[in-house]
Design a protein around this ligand. Structure first.
Ligand code: 4G0
Length: 244
């Protein structure tokens, strides 16, 4: 996969993407990262990328021409998703990360100021994506979030035994609680079932705790989960425990 970033702060990259699993994937050539200074696509002496909004009002808007030139020089006919990171975009989800992980070329546009000329959205961008309902000073950190979420799904990036299937959001349930050694630390203990070696009991306990967490913290996810007969029985047990 090729990922091209268009930004007025190219020095921010690779930044966090140069570390850990994504950094390793970059070194191993499992994806290519191109970082492009938007000002290199201006034609004026002062390399201006913003201008005042038509109709008046506070703040500045990103000019269309440098963005059109940058995307025009990077896009490969019919092969590129052109993504604008902005608060008005569709919320980024694990499902969207999986969708983008199947693409061969992503172009990410990092917005700034009070926004981007609407013609960029209308004629250039294929996807507007928001990482969450908050405003940042620029789209660079959301772009890094997207790259991390997508690249870790590419073949060969995660280790052998890390199961992408078992993950949170694949089945719309939160993860069950995890413990490691020691079995007791300053009076804080590990649930005995996990030390019991009874694999079937452990599986059932984990499923129940995943359901309990999702019920308490994310009832919206639980409503969308596909529940088995066992899941419904476990939820009844949990609800019984809550009344007593
Ligand atoms: C475009 C993304 C870009 C428009 C970008 C701001 C939050 C996110 C930006 C604006 C961003 C996110 C209209 C304020 C840059 N902030 N949640 N800021 N407007 O993904």
């Amino acid at each position: 996969m090729q990922i091209d970033i268009i930004t007025i702060f190219p020095e921010m990259f690779p930044g966090p993407l140069g570390y850990s699993i994504i950094g390793r994937a970059l070194e191993r050539g499992l994806f290519k990262l191109g970082v492009h200074n938007l000002r290199d696509y201006t034609t004026d002496k002062h390399r201006i990328v913003d201008d005042t909004p038509y109709g008046g009002g506070a703040g500045m808007v990103m000019k269309p021409e440098p963005i059109f030139r940058a995307v025009g020089s990077l896009a490969q006919e019919g092969k590129s998703r052109v993504i604008l990171l902005c608060p008005q975009g569709e919320l980024f989800t694990q499902e969207k990360a999986w969708e983008l992980s199947r693409e061969e070329h992503l172009i990410l546009i990092c917005g700034h100021y009070e926004g981007v000329d609407e013609r960029v959205r209308q004629y250039l961008v294929t996807d507007e994506i928001s990482t969450g309902d908050y405003i940042l000073t620029g789209g660079e950190i959301p772009a890094m979030v997207l790259v991390d979420a997508v690249v870790r799904l590419l073949p060969g990036v995660l280790g052998e035994d890390s199961s992408l299937q078992e993950e949170t959001f694949t089945d719309n349930l939160l993860e069950y609680p995890q413990y490691t050694r020691p079995p007791e630390w300053e009076g804080m203990t590990v649930p005995p079932v996990l030390l019991s070696g009874h694999h079937e009991e452990i599986r059932r306990w984990r499923r129940k705790e995943a359901l309990r967490r999702t019920l308490l913290r994310r009832p919206d996810l639980l409503a969308r989960a596909e529940l088995t007969a066992e899941d419904r029985a476990l939820l009844r047990e949990i609800k019984g425990e809550m009344n007593s």
